[in-house]
Every structure is written in structure tokens, then in C-alpha cells.
Design a protein around this ligand. Structure first.
Ligand code: AMP
Length: 621
């Protein structure tokens, strides 16, 4: 049972420990949690400051830091000491920044092009991890202040395309901010969760998440099945967003107003005012047809929605091109997408909403606040991890290896023990005999090398494989272990599409003591198991070799000399004798080597002959 406490400020009952969800964004960040009473996710708005915390850190001369809206004000007055867009630097080396090195208004250190970048502020150096930690600390403090409870654990979101080093850097930033990061979640996954998609493990959906923020654009295609969120493809532009809309408006004003054009290059105040007015105009045009204002009572700023739409049309088209590419990479048609989700403040622009809805052929989901949707989803994920959702049983890891039986009764592990679940893994197999039309798939659980020492979970036959030579069929065996610990095993012959599946509950009927015993047995028997595995592998290799060489000699005898055929038969018999006598693995491999050495030149010879024949068959004009 979770402990409860009374929130003294509101009198409401809440859990003693809250796990928060954090959207650590390039431009803005937010923290959210699940309200203990109505169980709904809610973005934290501490002291009425708003839910959005600009991801900006300002360093005062005395080294003191401020984060958020107050820090943002320093972007124009003290740019060298005001750090923004630090997310773009996370886990990156100076070399990685490439052509974008000049994007940043502050100093980035180029001391070692292979090492991770650092930011210089006055005479101090900060890693992007430390700077991100400053933002996380601010979010944590706001959450603690608002909820009146310590906040030590969090789920943090990252873009789906973040690599391991960027994910690790995000984790490290969390740690530096005093947070235990329970999970790093993909932003599109969180957005889908916020819309309730994927919470019911029985649900199967394909979802497009279109995320247009201030400075970045991402499109992600997700496949959601059995509680597993799989990223099928991502695309986008890390330097495209609402800021480009603002710039388009500024350029329009410069071109149409001589007063602005004449002074804008020298006048810093005017530049700043234009930026603010352009953003205000853009936001106004999301709900109205015309924007009219002025700067200092003298310079008119006027723009109509249709003009704005003409200006941004090329940018919007570019994002739709990315959607097309992502769909092509996922090998999907727009009608196969079940839901489209809008994320990021710039999706409030009606033209963007319409273009996306039109491309996917269905109205996009925008009922939730697009600035908050990722943080809300992160809060739901945090709540699941906290075990507060009784309907969702989240096992963190699978305690025993899951695999299938391969030649000679060996265990071929597919999902190793201690794998985080939900998870999915697979491997491709083929047939060992010509014309084989059935394949038995036996599923086992356990750590021993021989399946007979492990626990059998299921067995089924993949039937109807078209007759092909040995080694030709491609059978994909996939293990899908969902968050409830239910294992689905599917086998598909790729060439013909023949498919079969079975579902089992691996932990069913197993007590903790039994799991422990199985692990103990595997450790005690490790040495014997390895020896047995090697022996079986040697025998299987020998059997395959016998089969293949016999077949080869039958088919290609005409190209071999009588002596060669005789010697081959002698070596084949020798290998059969060693097997019949129960020879150990070394004896078996010696016989295999002899046979291989003698017959390997044959393959080359046959190839030359077939090439020659093929050439003769062709007419050269
Ligand atoms: P994000 O990075 O998701 O916080 O998105 C911030 C971007 O959304 C900025 O470029 C904002 O100017 C833009 N934005 C916020 N509200 C609106 C609105 N009502 N209409 C158009 N753009 C908006």
C-alpha cells in the first residue's frame, strides 16, 4: 500500500511520495504529476507562474543562477551569460555540431573536437549535463513547492531519435539534480499515453506524432501493440520551428516598411521589439484574421492571416515532406494510421493543423494543450511505474531467459534474463533438410544450455512452408513479452508469409523459490552444460556437413574425377564412423576438417563451370 499524507495547503489527501513526469524541452520544459484525487495528469503551475518553464539559464556575475522566464529576459541584455537550447548540446561533441556551431549566442568550447562540448560562462566551464541539471532542479523545486512534498524520482522524456549517449546524458542530468530517473521515455510515446493510447494492452494502434515546437520539428510513427511502443520511423529537422514563422513575419515587415528597413540593422531595441511583435502577431493569427499593432507608437505592424499563410507555406510543406518520408520508411500508407497527435506550440497555427490533417486524411488530435501533452504523458508513465494503476501490472524485468530449442536439443536464448519488459526480440532460422515443410517451435524458459534441463512453455508447428532446398526458407521467430509478462511467440516464413503464433504466461505457476532454484541450478551446472553444448554443436555440424556433401556429390558428380569421388566417400564414411563410435568433439572436428579440406576446392570449380555455361548461353552483339 502506498502511504498517504495530507497536503496542508489544499487539505487534500496525497501520496507521500510523488513521481513526476518531466518534459525537458529545447525551448520550454514542464513538470507534471497525477492528481491523487481525480487521478488525472496535470502540469504543475507553481504560484501562478504558468506551467511552462523556458529552458533558459542565466548566470549572474556572482555565479548565481536563475532559470525560466526571468532568465529568458536576459537573452537580449546579457547573451554571453544566458544559455538556451542546451538540449541541442547534450551528449554531443564539438564536431557533432557541424554547420550549427554559430547558432548559439554564448561561447562553446572547442578544446578537443572528439570530447563532449562545454559551455564557457565568464571564467567557468559548464557541461550541457550540468546546465540541463539546473533546469531540472528548477522543475523539481517548483514541484516540491507546489505539492508540498519531497520529489526524488522522475520520468524524463527525450526525442525518439536520441542515441544512447544523449539518453545517458539526460539520466546524468537528472541525477545531478537529485532525481532518480526511473525511466527515459520517448516524447511521442508520452504524447500517445496522454491521449490514452496504449494504456490498454489489448489495443493495437499505429500512431503519427507531429511535434512542431519553437526550434525543432519531429515526426514519429509508432506502432503500439500489447503495451509495447515501437518507433517505426522518425524524421524531422532539428533547426525548424515556430521561430522560423516569426522570422518570416519580421522579413515581411522589413520588406514592406522603409522605416524599419533603414534602421533595423543598427537598432538592437527595434530588433528585439520586432521579435516580440512577430511572435505576438503569429499567436493572434491562430485565432483571428488580422493583427494590428505598432512599435513605440510610430512603426505600424500589421499582418493578415492569408499573408502569413503565404509566408509560411514553404515551411509547412517542408514538414509534410518529412511526414511523407517517415511514412515511406515505416512502409505505411496514410490510411493505415489510426491516430495523429499534435504536439508543440506551433501546431496551434490553423494552417499547420489543416495541412497535417489533410496529409493523413483524418482530423489530428489536438484536444490537449500541445505544450503540455508530453509532460502529461510522462506523468502517466511515472504513475504506472509507481504501481498506482492496479489495472496495469508492470513487471520491470524478466527473471528467466526465454528461448527456443534448436538442433540437438540446445537452448537458443531469445530474451535474456533481466531484460527490461515490455520487450521484443527475434531471430531468423532456416530448414536443415531439402523440401522441409514443417518446423517445430518449442519454447523454453531457463538458464541451462540443454532444453531438457529447462522448463517447457509451449510447442507448435509452423506448417505449410513451401518445399524449398535446405537453407532457403527464412523463418522469423519473434518473442513479444508485454508489460503483463505475457509472452507471444510468432513464427513467420518470410518468403511465403506462412504464420503461426502462440501465447503463454511464463511466470504462471512459478514461485519465487522455484525461479531462484532454476538460477542456482544453472550456476552449479555451468561447466557441464558448456561441455554438453559443445559436444552437441559438434555433432550437429557434422550431420549438416554429411548431408550437404552427399547432396553435392550426387548433383555434381559429373564434374569430379573418379578418384575425387572415392576419396570423398572415404572421408564421409570416416566422419560417420566417428559419430557412430560416440567420438568426442575434438575427434568429430578432426574428421570434419579432413572432409572440408578435401572438398572445398569443388565448390569453386563448379562455380567456374556454371559461369562459363552462363556466358556461352548469352549472345554478344
Ligand atoms: P514549444 O517549443 O513546444 O514550447 O513551442 C513553442 C512555440 O510555439 C513557439 O514558437 C511559440 O511561438 C509557438 N506558439 C505558442 N502558442 C502559439 C499560438 N497560439 N499560435 C502559434 N504559435 C504558438
Amino acid at each position: 500500500m502506498a502511504k498517504v499524507a495530507i497536503n496542508l495547503s489544499t487539505g487534500s489527501i496525497q501520496q507521500e511520495e510523488v513521481i513526476v513526469g518531466i518534459d525537458l524541452g529545447t525551448t520550454n520544459s514542464l513538470v507534471a504529476y497525477i492528481h491523487p484525487e481525480d487521478r488525472k495528469p496535470i502540469a504543475i503551475n507553481d504560484q501562478g507562474q504558468g506551467t511552462i518553464v523556458p529552458s533558459v539559464v542565466h548566470f549572474a556575475a556572482n555565479g548565481e543562477t536563475i532559470v525560466g522566464t526571468l532568465a529568458k529576459d536576459y537573452l537580449t541584455t546579457d547573451p554571453a551569460n544566458t544559455i538556451y537550447s542546451v538540449k541541442r548540446l547534450l551528449g554531443k561533441s564539438y564536431k557533432d555540431l557541424g554547420e550549427h556551431k554559430n547558432y548559439f549566442g554564448y561561447k562553446i568550447i572547442d578544446d578537443n573536437s572528439e570530447g563532449l562540448v562545454k559551455v564557457r560562462v565568464q571564467d567557468r566551464f559548464y557541461s550541457p549535463i550540468k546546465l540541463s541539471a539546473e533546469i531540472l532542479k528548477e522543475l523539481r523545486e517548483r514541484a516540491e513547492h507546489s505539492l508540498k512534498t519531497p520529489v526524488n524520482r522522475a520520468v524524463i522524456t527525450v526525442p525518439a531519435y536520441f542515441n544512447d549517449s544523449q539518453r545517458q546524458a539526460t539520466r546524468d542530468a537528472g541525477k545531478l539534480a537529485g532525481l532518480e530517473v526511473l525511466r527515459i521515455v520517448n516524447e511521442p510515446t508520452a504524447a500517445a499515453l496522454a491521449y490514452g493510447i496504449g494504456i490498454d494492452p489489448a489495443e493495437e494502434k499505429t500512431v503519427a506524432v507531429y511535434d512542431l515546437g519553437g526550434g525543432t520539428f519531429d515526426i514519429s510513427i509508432l506502432s503500439i501493440h500489447q503495451g509495447i511502443f515501437e518507433v517505426l520511423s522518425t524524421n524531422g529537422d532539428t533547426y525548424l520551428g515556430g521561430d522560423d514563422f516569426d522570422r518570416a513575419i519580421i522579413n515581411h515587415w522589413i520588406q514592406n516598411n522603409e522605416l524599419i528597413a533603414d534602421t533595423v540593422n543598427e537598432d538592437k531595441h527595434l530588433q528585439q521589439e520586432l521579435r516580440l511583435k512577430a511572435e505576438e502577431a503569429k499567436k493572434t493569427l491562430s485565432s483571428q484574421e488580422v493583427y494590428t499593432s505598432n512599435i513605440d507608437g510610430t512603426i505600424d505592424c500589421h499582418i493578415e492571416r492569408h499573408t502569413f499563410e503565404t509566408l509560411i507555406a514553404p515551411i509547412v510543406s517542408k514538414t509534410i515532406e518529412s511526414c511523407k518520408q517517415a511514412m515511406a520508411d515505416a512502409k505505411l500508407q496514410p490510411e493505415q494510421i489510426d491516430a495523429v497527435i499534435m504536439v508543440g506550440g506551433s501546431t496551434r497555427v490553423p494552417m499547420v493543423y489543416e495541412a497535417v490533417s489533410e496529409f493523413f486524411g483524418k482530423p489530428a488530435n489536438n484536444s490537449l494543450n500541445p505544450d503540455e501533452v508530453v509532460a502529461l504523458g510522462a506523468a502517466i508513465q511515472a504513475d504506472i511505474l509507481a504501481g498506482n494503476r492496479k489495472d496495469i501490472l508492470l513487471l520491470d524485468v524478466t527473471p528467466l531467459t526465454l528461448g527456443i530449442e534448436t538442433m540437438g536439443g540446445l537452448m537458443d536464448p531469445i530474451i535474456p534474463r533481466n531484460s527490461k519488459i515490455p520487450t521484443k526480440a527475434g531471430r531468423q532460422y532456416t530448414t536443415s533438410v531439402d523440401g522441409q515443410v514443417n518446423m517445430k517451435i518449442s519454447v523454453y524458459q531457463g538458464e541451462r544450455d540443454l532444453v531438457k534441463e529447462n522448463r517447457k512453455l509451449a510447442e507448435f508447428d509452423l506448417k505449410g512452408i513451401p518445399a524449398m532446398p535446405a537453407g532457403f526458407p527464412k523463418v522469423d521467430v519473434n518473442f513479444i513479452l508485454n508489460a503483463d509478462g505475457i509472452l507471444k511467440v510468432e513464427a513467420i516464413e518470410v518468403r511465403s508469409g506462412v504464420r503461426q503464433e502462440v501465447e503463454v504466461k511464463p511466470q504462471y505457476g512459478l514461485t519465487d523459490e522455484q525461479v531462484e532454484q532454476m538460477l542456482m541450478d544453472s550456476m552449479l551446472n555451468a561447466k557441464e552444460d558448456v561441455a554438453a553444448r559443445m559436444q552437441i554443436e559438434a555433432r550437429s555440424t557434422a550431420e549438416q556437413m554429411l548431408y550437404q556433401v552427399e547432396r553435392f556429390v550426387d548433383k555434381n558428380g559429373e564434374h569430379l574425377t573418379e578418384e575425387e569421388i572415392q576419396l570423398t566417400h572415404k572421408n564421409l564414411q570416416n566422419l560417420r564412423d566417428v559419430l557412430a563410435a560416440g567420438g568426442d568433439k575434438d575427434a568429430i572436428y578432426t574428421a570434419i576438417d579432413t572432409l572440408e579440406e578435401q572438398t572445398s576446392p569443388f565448390a569453386e570449380r563448379i562455380m567456374q563451370i556454371s559461369i562459363k555455361q552462363a556466358m556461352q548461353g548469352k549472345k554478344i552483339e
